[in-house]
Design a protein around this ligand. Structure first.
Ligand code: MG
Length: 369
């Protein structure tokens, strides 16, 4: 029988949060769910240590996992694991930081195999940084890097042996940062197995930065009877017919703004710049694009790249594409190579093909600044 102990009783203060970081969302799911889902297929019982104030929220997350239950933690990680160890029933116990949601099936299998073969299995990585012993802001010695390992979780042991080690450590009043330390001091040198860099611990606010966000936008404008130019991406293009619009009719920038706002989870341009508002009559869409860029920056987002597609039978766009890219890049405060613009006809099909109007599409990718 295998027991898994997930350590979720931290406060998140190191991350600068006011709530438990394993209850915060990452990629749309509470962090705790990552390790719950990863370990559930391997565990006969899943014990999740948590603080009393988090109990209701933790229990709600455990509901879909019949083998899981919450265990009230103590003041330190050691106290919490000790409480769970006493409740656990398994012959083998794996202890894991709930703040490492990216643990893989391979890591869990390797951990179990190591316990079965060597009596213990501690997930570890070779160091990539040089480690120095320091004093008062100075390096005293630089030991050889190969003599050290970065110790992660999961860490697996035979439960009785780990529990015995914990009891002796507690009798001595000694505190350890994890089980491998307790086991090394009071049982035997734990066996290491090679982990994976993806098994990282979410510790600081920047670790919680959401992944990139994609956005899509589209806009259509009809041609007027006459005129002498149209404006696309802020570039004036000679045309025998202007585009009908309350603003300057820059359909490319309108599609782009909708893509940006949508990726940021905001409302659309009609909401922020309504065409019923006289302030936006004949508006320069590039100025509105700059306002959208400022809104993204306020939200801590930056544009990674944008892609625009212009579909029109006429006028010919090719001579103006380079200027359009520069103009958009400048408004977005990004490099021109991060702006891709394609233009084509609609092969005389539909309203675009009949020359009644033009349609523009845009995809964007945003990243947390
Ligand atoms: Mg429009």
């Amino acid at each position: 029988m295998i027991s898994v102990i997930l350590c979720a009783a931290g406060s998140g203060t190191r991350a600068g949060f006011t709530e438990n970081k394993v209850l915060r969302e990452y990629n749309g799911l509470p962090v705790l769910c990552g390790s719950l889902c990863a370990f559930a297929p391997f565990a006969d019982e899943l014990l999740v240590t948590c603080r009393a104030e988090d109990l209701t929220r933790v229990q709600a997350l455990l509901a879909p996992f019949p083998a899981a239950r919450a265990v009230l933690g103590g003041a330190t990680r050691g106290d919490s694991v000790y409480a769970a160890l006493r409740e656990a029933q398994g012959e083998i116990v794996l202890v894991h930081d709930a703040a490492r949601p990216f643990v893989t099936e391979k890591i869990i299998r390797d951990c179990l195999a190591s316990v079965k073969t060597y009596g213990s299995g501690v997930c570890a990585l070779p160091l990539s940084d040089t480690i120095a012993e320091t004093e008062d802001g100075h390096i005293v010695t630089v030991p050889p890097r190969t003599a050290y390992a970065a110790v992660q979780t999961p860490q697996g042991f035979f439960r009785n042996k780990l529990l015995g080690a914990y009891e002796r450590a507690r009798a001595d009043g000694r505190l350890f940062t994890d089980e491998s330390g307790v086991y090394a001091a009071y049982a035997e040198p734990p066996r290491l197995f090679l982990g994976d860099r993806t098994n990282r611990k979410l510790t600081y606010p920047e670790d919680f930065a959401p992944v990139e966000r994609v956005g899509f936008g589209a806009d259509t404008h009809a041609f007027a009877e006459d005129g002498d130019h149209i404006v696309l991406c802020g570039v004036r293009i000679p045309s025998a017919q202007a585009l009908r619009a309350h603003s300057d009719g820059d359909a490319a920038v309108h599609a782009l703004m909708d893509a940006l706002l949508s990726a940021a989870g905001l409302r659309d341009i009609g909401y922020y710049f309504p065409d019923t508002d006289e302030r936006f009559a004949g508006a320069n869409s590039m100025e509105l694009l700059k306002q959208v860029t400022a809104m993204l920056k306020d939200g801590g987002l930056r544009v990674k790249n944008v892609s625009l597609s212009i579909v029109a039978e006429r006028p010919r766009m090719a001579p103006y594409i380079a200027d359009m890219r520069r103009s958009v890049a400048e408004a977005l405060d990004i490099e021109a190579h991060a702006v891709g613009i394609a233009a084509g006809t609609n092969e005389r099909l539909g309203y675009v093909g009949e020359g009644k109007g033009i349609t523009c599409y845009s995809f964007v990718l945003l990243k947390k600044a």
